[in-house]
Structure formats: C-alpha cells, structure tokens
Design a protein around this ligand. Structure first.
Ligand SMILES: [Cu+2]
Length: 713
C-alpha cells in the first residue's frame, strides 16, 4: 500500500471515533498536535514508531476555523443531506479547503486536523469527492461506503446482535472474527406488499452506487471539473433505475410505480428504516403509512408546497413552449437535435439541470426553483416538519439511503414523467437515424448454462467488515453477512452481417424489458418503452461478411464488475475476487457503476419472458472527439468518463427515449428481437452452513427465475 493510500485510507475508518485513537487495530497512529487532542488525552504517552506500526505526524494548521466557513455548521452525528442547499454549501467550503492543498501529504494533514471538527458524513463525502478529482491521487482507492458507514446499510437490531457477541467474548475464548447474518427479513414483513421488493431497495450495492454517483455528479459543487452532459445523465441514470425497479416489481407480481404528483394527498406507504446515522445511535426518521408532506419550517430550512407547485407549472410551461427564460431575461430554445460534441447543450441537459436543481447550472434557479432536491427534503422530514420533536431526517435525506424508501420511486417516477413530457415533444427518430443499412443482426443467443436463452438468478451472500466503520470496542473484526440478489454469469453470442465490402465500426446496444404486463398480456411498444434497461453498449469493428461476437455479462457498460473493501485495499491493488487491478486505472472513479450482482432482474420461479433488443448503429456517427479513454470505462453509460466527454453522441437512452412516428411505424427492430427468460433463485452450492441458509431463504422466497427464451423473427 502506498504512503498516500495508507495515510488517507484510515481517515475513513470509524468516522465517529476521535482521530487521535489508533486505527487499523493499532497499526496506524495519527500523531496529533496536543491542542487537537480530545480532553484528557493530550497528557497520554505518545506512541512512537515501532515494527508494524506507522505513525502519521499531523501538524497544526493556522486559522483553520476561518478556512472551514460553513463546514462547521452541521452538527456531528446529524444527517448530512446533499439535497439541502445549506449542506451543499458546507461541502463546497470543506472541498475548497481540501483542494487548496498542494500535495497529498498536505491534504492528509489538513484532513486529519479537520476530522474531529466537522460532521462525519460531510467529512467522508468531501474527502471522497477530492480524492476522486485530484490527479495526484489517481491511484488512491476509496473504501466502500457500506464499510465506512455500516449503520446506513445494516439495521440496528443486527448491529446490536453483533455488539452482544463482542461483549460475550470478554468472558469466553476469543474467536478470530465475529460473524452475524442480516438475512432476508429486511425492514418489514410480507403482509406489506411493498416489502416484496425490499431485497432490492435495501440492497447494499444499489444504495452504495447511488451515493457514489451523486459524488461523481454532485449538484453545483463543480469545483475543478466540468462534468459533460450532467443534467442529461441525471435524467438517464435515474430513468434507468426506475425501469429496473419496475422490472423487479413485475417479477414479484406488483404493478409498476405510481408517481407522487399530488403533494397534498397522503402517501400510502410508510417506511421504517431501523437504521442509525452512526455510532451516535441517532435514528433516521420513520414515516408512518398515510402521512402527507407539509410545509417545512426547521431552523434555516423553509420549503413551501405552494412554491413547489409554482415551480412545477413554470417547468411545464418551459417544456411546452420549448424554451427557458434565463436570469437575464434571454430565452434559450429547448431541443435535443443538437450536437453535444460541438459544445451545444441539448434541451434534456438544460431540463435536467433545472429540475435537479443545480444552482450554478440551472438556467434560472430563482424562477425554476429546486424541485427534485426539495422533494427529497419534504419527504425526508414529513414526520417532523417543524422540528418540534427534534427528529432526524428520514432516509430520503441522503443519497446513500434514499433508495431504501418506496417513496423514492414515487418521487422519481414523477420527476421522470416531467422528463418524458419533454421527450414526447422531440421529433421521432427517422428510419435513417434508426437503421444501419450495411449491417444486420442475424442471430442472438444468451448462454448461462446448458439451455440457451435461460438466465438464472438466485440469492447470494457477501460479507462486509462492519468494525471498519463502527466502534465495537474490540480488536476482533466484526463481519455482517448480507443477503443479496445475484445471477449466474452469462454470455451473449451475436451473429452480425456486414454487407459492405470494407470493415465498418459499429456500436452495439443491448437492452432488456419484460414482455408481459402485470395482467400477463403482451405489452405493445408504448407500454414497454420506458421499461427498457440498458444491459450493454460497446464499440466493435465488423469485417465484411459474417461476424460472430461473444461478450460476457461483466463487461457491461453500466456495471462495476468488482469492488474494493478495506481489507483488500490494505493488502495491495487487489479486487475482492483476488484479481489484480490494472495500475493505470483511475482509482476511486472506477468505483462508480451499477452493482454487477443486480444486472439482471429477479424474474419468476416458473420463468419470466423478457425481450432482449440488440441494435447496431454506425460508430462514426456516435463517437465523440477525444483520445481513447484509459482503463475503467466500464460503467461509462452511467458514470461517464473521468475528465472526458460522455462517450456516445446519441441522446442518452437512444432509441427508446422518443416516441415512434405513429403506432404503425413502431420501428422494425423492435419486432425482430430475441426473447430471453430469467428464473430465480437457483442456489449456488457452497459450504454446508451456507447451503442450509440458502435453503431457508429459498423456502422464504420461493423459487424465482428470470428466463429468456429465444424466438427471433
Ligand atoms: Cu439520485
């Protein structure tokens, strides 16, 4: 482990614990200046370097408080919310302070100084942001957020069980590690229909992805970097998550998401997260069934439903008039028929910036407001809108927890419908735009086992080291075993003909959507359109004649195939599965991406028919002018390219983002596609104890498959 990695990594360990306490089971010590020591500790003997112990000397920084500005305004232990303008300002101030440091050593020094002064979550957010962006820290990896803040991912009863096990060890022979399971119970019971999809909403990877994505694409904290097509990607990434959640709902017999468009009506589903914000044991707020949102008047936060309705009307007006009014009164036309590669900003990108909203990028923040962010805050504080009960925010307040709550999807369905309203007004794609005359897709097969076009999903388990984030007052590692959806690895086999006489460069686009609606009827294009989820997109050279192409599922354009955790970062540049990371990879940026284990929807025990659409377009029309990106372009469709342009010129979501010309002209490629079927869960054979556990899970959930059967036409 490099010196930079070592010095920065342990700043993420147990964020609530004073930095002066030894880290990494005593092997790393931040030697703080006496004035920075917690009261009483300044007199304790200083620990000098010894074999196996690293001492990081921390020197005091002058006028630190002045430099931190509003970063000191969020109390420790409280929820830090990127959806609140005041909190974003706090992050901006802390990030500016970190970015000013001239070297990694200076950054480490100031971060250690600040560690005990600011809100823990704000600290982790800001330091992560800076590590991702600083070019001198390209090789530094961030530990996963679920190990830094396990209490956001693992319910309090499970953590309490772990604490009990730790205290038992004081009177019993010590074990090498303590393991507790967090199984399929999740946060409720099956009597609540919404709980059937809790395994997905409460998935550690999905929530970690959302947290990471909002750091890579933060609202308004655009210091040091411009993110290409950020507003458009806000639309696309969230639209895709909605499509995937809908597929999951359909797999368990639930209808598609119903939007939350009337803020004066009660919200049918409540949510009780059973999580704490950190070691402080402050609980995230709960929302009972049938609660309505109310105007907010808490400290400096003022949100008025009337105002939200006014912004909504103005946004719809802008969309329908196809123009926005800037702060200086000038009008900008909204259209998607522009070339982002020439620096032209598409309408969808502008609508994204104004809806999220980004104070700096919105064409007119005062006029179009802060819709999406304010919605999160209204919903997060519905249980205590005036703060009289001194309750914490609910999970909707943080990007690392929001996706656990069913109302996240209702809210984002509403936001997505506004984007769709904009997309309805775009000219349908012409045959020319949809076709690549020289090239045809002749055959597609997907293989995951003996039978072609049948894919398998199942419930798997993975371990996280909770004692990296939480203080259990013991040196024994505390492991929580989480249950999550997974699938058997699979491969695509494409047979594609190039009828021209020369080699052509092509983009292959792969999407999936269920075939049948909840009433078991074949969906038409209009019903199915917003369900299509991107599975893969890649560039390929096609030689004249027949081309056979194979592609693995973990090469997907949206997923993060491998994850890092504290332990394997400590051991060197190795992934969890033991493979070595390429040295040129962009460290922490590479950690952005949809979790590989939820690439496939769950499916049904008896098999659930899905449609796989494979489309080929001309790479010369898709490509943007920029040097070939370095390694780690893996999840480029969801995360873009670090310091580069989004690697596909087409509107995001192409071709499903627009309506076809008429019902009769539903594109031909939609009809000539391949069916696949997914089934869930088959079980992985593992150790006997795990197998028993798996069998228990199977009984609990029933079998569920997501089969895909080929019937190309
Ligand atoms: Cu989000």
């Amino acid at each position: 482990m490099s010196e930079d990695q070592r010095g920065l990594l342990y700043l993420f360990e147990q964020p609530s614990r004073a930095i002066a306490f030894p880290r990494a089971a005593g092997s790393v010590v931040y030697d703080m200046p006496p004035e920075q020591m917690p009261p009483g500790m300044e007199l304790a003997p200083r620990s000098g370097p010894s074999p196996g112990r690293t001492v990081v000397t921390v020197s005091p920084v002058d006028n630190l408080k002045d430099e931190l500005g509003s970063a000191l305004s969020i109390p420790k232990g409280a929820v830090f919310s990127v959806f609140l303008k005041q909190h974003r300002q706090a992050a901006k101030d802390l990030i500016a302070c970190f970015l000013k440091r001239r070297s990694p050593a200076e950054l480490r020094n100031i971060a250690a100084n600040v560690h005990d002064m600011v809100n823990e979550s704000l600290f982790v957010y800001s330091l992560s942001f800076v590590i991702i962006r600083r070019s001198d820290l390209r090789n530094v990896r961030l530990p996963p957020i679920y190990e830094t803040f396990p209490s956001w991912f693992v319910p309090e009863p499970t953590i309490a069980k772990a604490r009990e096990e730790v205290s038992k060890q004081r009177y019993m022979p010590k074990t090498e590690r303590i393991v507790v399971d967090h199984g399929l119970e999740f946060s409720g019971t099956d009597e609540n229909p919404e709980h059937r999809v809790a395994y997905w909403r409460e998935d550690y990877g999905i929530n970690a992805h959302h947290w990471h994505w909002h750091i890579v694409f933060p609202a308004e904290i655009e210091i040091a970097l411009h993110r290409d097509r950020k507003g458009e990607l806000f639309y696309y990434m969230h639209q895709q998550m909605m499509a995937r959640y809908d597929m999951e709902r359909m797999s368990v017999g639930l209808g598609r998401i119903v939007k939350l468009d009337n803020w004066r009506e009660p919200i049918p589903e409540g949510y009780f997260p059973k999580l704490t914000t950190g070691n402080s044991s402050l609980n995230w707020g709960s929302r009972p069934d049938g609660l309505s949102v109310k105007n907010l008047t808490r400290h400096r936060i003022r949100i008025n439903i009337n105002e939200m309705e006014m912004w909504r009307d103005r946004i719809f007006e802008a969309i329908h008039l196809k123009k926005v009014v800037q702060e200086d009164g000038k009008e900008i036309q909204l259209t998607d028929d522009l070339d982002p590669d020439r620096g032209q900003k598409r309408g969808i990108d502008i609508v994204g910036d104004m809806l999220e909203a980004d104070t700096r990028l919105s064409p007119n923040y005062t006029f179009y407001g802060d819709m999406h962010n304010f919605g999160h805050v209204l919903l997060a504080l519905a249980h205590d809108p005036d703060g009289v009960h001194r309750e914490e925010m609910g999970v909707m307040g943080d990007s690392g927890t929001a996706m656990r709550d069913p109302v996240f999807y209702r809210w984002h369905r509403y936001i997505d419908d506004i984007f769709q309203e904009y997309k309805f007004l775009q000219k349908p794609y012409t045959e020319d735009q949809l076709n690549f005359p020289e090239v045809s897709v002749d055959k597609v097969t997907v293989t995951a086992g003996l039978e072609n076009n049948v894919l398998y999903t199942y419930f798997n388990m993975r371990e996280i080291e909770a004692s990296r984030g939480l203080d259990f007052d013991s040196d024994t590692p505390v492991i929580v075993r989480l249950t999550h959806l997974d699938h058997k690895p699979f491969k695509y086999h494409f047979q594609i003909s190039n009828k021209s006489r020369s080699k052509v460069e092509a983009t292959i686009r792969v999407f999936i959507a269920p075939m049948l609606n909840i009433r078991n009827m074949r969906m038409n294009f209009f019903e199915q359109r917003t369900l299509f989820a991107e599975m893969d997109k890649f560039q390929i050279s096609l030689k004249p004649g027949k081309n056979i192409i194979e592609r693995r599922d973990d090469e997907s354009s949206i997923t993060l195939p491998r994850e890092f955790n504290f332990r394997n970062i400590e051991r060197g540049e190795v992934y969890e599965d033991g493979t070595v990371a390429p040295p040129e990879s962009d460290g922490s940026f590479c950690a952005c991406g949809w979790p590989q284990h939820v690439l496939l929807p769950r499916g049904k025990p008896e098999g659930m028919p899905f449609q796989l659409v494979v489309m080929v377009t001309d790479w010369n029309e898709d490509k943007v002018n920029q040097p070939t990106p370095r390694a780690c372009g893996n999840a480029a469709s969801f995360c873009g390219i670090l310091n580069g342009k989004y690697p596909d010129k087409k509107p995001m979501g192409f071709p499903f983002d627009r309506l076809p010309i008429t019902r009769r002209t539903v594109p031909g490629w939609w009809r000539s596609t391949w069916g696949v079927s997914a089934t869930c869960p088959s079980q992985k054979s593992t150790s006997s104890s795990r197998r028993k556990k798996s069998q228990r899970n199977r009984r609990h959930l029933g079998k569920c498959y997501s089969k895909k059967r080929a019937h190309g036409r």
